[in-house]
Every structure is written in structure tokens, then in C-alpha cells.
Design a protein around this ligand. Structure first.
Ligand SMILES: C[S@@+](CC[C@H](N)C(=O)[O-])C[C@H]1O[C@@H](n2cnc3c(N)ncnc32)[C@H](O)[C@@H]1O
Length: 250
């Protein structure tokens, strides 16, 4: 494992200045020194992903009715959300269906940090290596990788507002995963939520771990029908929402 980590560290990222400053709790839990927050719940980040982002968007169920399903995410971080989604997708997909997962990330982690974080979930490691070896290729242009014959990962290395605003596609489901709203206001601004709404298909959805009042109001005023539902672990609430079909409410 150490050899693999050293190898990935040696590759580095395309621009040393972009490296996200981290410290580590318990050896494998990344903490952002830049934002003063953890990347995910300390109480099993993978279970949080499954509850908040997959179940919160009614996945895997909604995959059944789409030949092509587009997920978009604010904040790629360690890639844990992507890896757990890819794992569940591999279990539930039908032959011929395609999943596109696009994530907007301004301060990417390097490959060694991703592998160190994901080592907490040994069954995700094979896929983590397949994903992490592409990370050194990240540049400002969107990088799209076909990770298996039915799964494409695209990372847009940009400020979220700029990245989503110029994105030529729409999502069926959004994972809103900035750091805590009071520490990372840009990731929850009304302008960004308007862009998220504009880049959501009719009947498309979002899910997020936060239930902060001002975030809920930004999402509502952008046009989403928002619901507060039980959160993961010690979090009492989280938010989900749907874009009503044009010309009606859901
Ligand atoms: C809570 S972490 C995401 C965790 C991630 N989804 C995972 O599975 O590990 C938030 C991420 O948002 C990124 N971020 C913060 N502000 C941003 C901005 N304005 N635009 C784009 N990305 C941003 C951070 O670099 C960080 O990787």
C-alpha cells in the first residue's frame, strides 16, 4: 500500500498550487485546513453517502426508468460519493444503460490523498485505484473518463458557479456537497442554486446533508419544491427537492 501511495504522490497533480491543504484524523479521515471542516461524516461517511445522496435522490430506484442517467455533484472531494454510486450502479444497472457522473471541484485532492481516505472502505479500493490514476490528468477543461462500459466520470475543475453556469447539460439528480454552509457560503449561494435549478431536468431532484434555513430558502426561491427529511446519524434533518414539470407543480 505504501509503495502505491508513494507512486501516486510522485505523479502529483497538474498544478502544485492547487493542492488542497489537509490534515488527517485517525489516519484515514481527511480534514480540510483550507475550509476548517471534514469532507464527510465521522460516523461512517459511506453510510452517509448512501442515505443522503443516493436514497435522498430516490436511487437506485429511479435508474430503472432511464436508458441514460445524469448525476451532477458540487464538490468531488475524495470521490467517496462517486465510488459508492458506482458500486450501487454496478449492482442495479441493466445491460445498455449508461450513467454519467459529473462533478464540479475547484480544489482537487491529489491521488494519494484520495487513496488514503478511501482505504477506510476496502471493498471500494479496486474502483478507487481505477479512478485515482486519472486525477493527475485534471486541468481546467472538463476531463471525462469512461471507467467501465456503462459508466463515465467527468470532473470539471472550476469554481462551482462558473462550472455549472457554463455546463451544456442537465442533471436528473444533484448531490449538493459543499462544506458546511457557514464555512463555504459560495457553494450554497442563491446564484449557484439558480444555476443548479436551470441545469436540472423536469422532475429532476437534489439532495443535501444540510437543512440550514438560508440554504433551504435559496433552493426554494430558485424553483425547487423542497422537503426536510430525517438526516444521517446525529443529523436530525437534511433536504431533498424536485423540479416540478414545466407548467405545473408536483
Ligand atoms: C464536503 S467536500 C465534498 C466531499 C465529496 N463529495 C466526497 O465524496 O468526498 C466539499 C468539496 O467542495 C469543494 N469546494 C469548495 N468550494 C468550492 C467552490 N466554490 N467551487 C468548487 N468546489 C468547491 C472543496 O474543495 C471540497 O472538495
Amino acid at each position: 500500500m505504501i509503495d502505491q501511495l508513494e507512486g501516486l504522490r510522485a505523479i502529483g497533480t497538474t498544478n502544485e498550487n492547487d493542492i488542497h491543504a489537509l490534515s488527517w484524523d485517525d489516519g484515514d479521515k481527511p480534514y480540510s485546513q483550507q475550509f476548517g471542516d471534514h469532507f464527510y461524516s465521522q460516523n461512517d461517511g459511506r453510510a452517509e453517502t448512501a442515505h443522503v445522496f443516493l436514497a435522498g435522490n430516490d436511487l437506485p430506484q429511479r435508474w430503472h426508468s432511464h436508458d441514460h442517467f445524469q448525476i451532477a455533484e458540487l464538490g468531488f472531494g475524495t470521490g467517496l460519493n462517486f465510488l459508492e454510486t458506482w458500486r450501487q450502479w454496478c449492482q442495479h444497472r441493466r445491460p445498455g444503460q449508461q450513467l454519467d457522473f459529473t462533478s464540479f471541484e475547484a480544489f482537487p485532492l491529489d491521488a494519494a490523498a484520495v487513496i488514503r481516505a478511501i482505504s477506510a472502505w476496502p471493498d471500494l479500493m479496486e474502483q478507487a485505484h481505477k479512478m485515482a490514476r486519472r486525477l493527475p490528468q485534471l486541468t481546467r477543461s472538463p476531463a471525462a473518463w469512461k471507467l467501465d462500459h456503462q459508466t463515465t466520470l467527468t470532473i470539471v475543475k472550476a469554481q462551482a458557479l462558473e462550472g455549472v453556469g457554463t455546463w451544456p447539460k442537465k442533471a436528473h439528480a444533484w448531490y449538493l456537497d459543499g462544506f458546511s454552509p457557514q464555512l463555504n457560503r459560495d457553494m450554497w449561494s442563491s446564484q449557484l442554486m439558480e444555476q443548479v435549478f436551470a441545469h436540472t431536468h423536469d422532475t429532476g431532484t437534489f439532495a443535501t446533508y444540510t437543512s440550514a434555513g438560508w440554504v433551504r430558502r435559496n433552493l426554494q426561491s430558485s424553483g425547487f419544491n423542497v422537503k426536510k427529511i430525517p438526516g444521517h446519524g446525529t443529523k436530525r434533518h437534511m433536504l431533498t427537492g424536485v423540479r416540478a414539470p414545466s407548467g405545473g407543480s408536483s
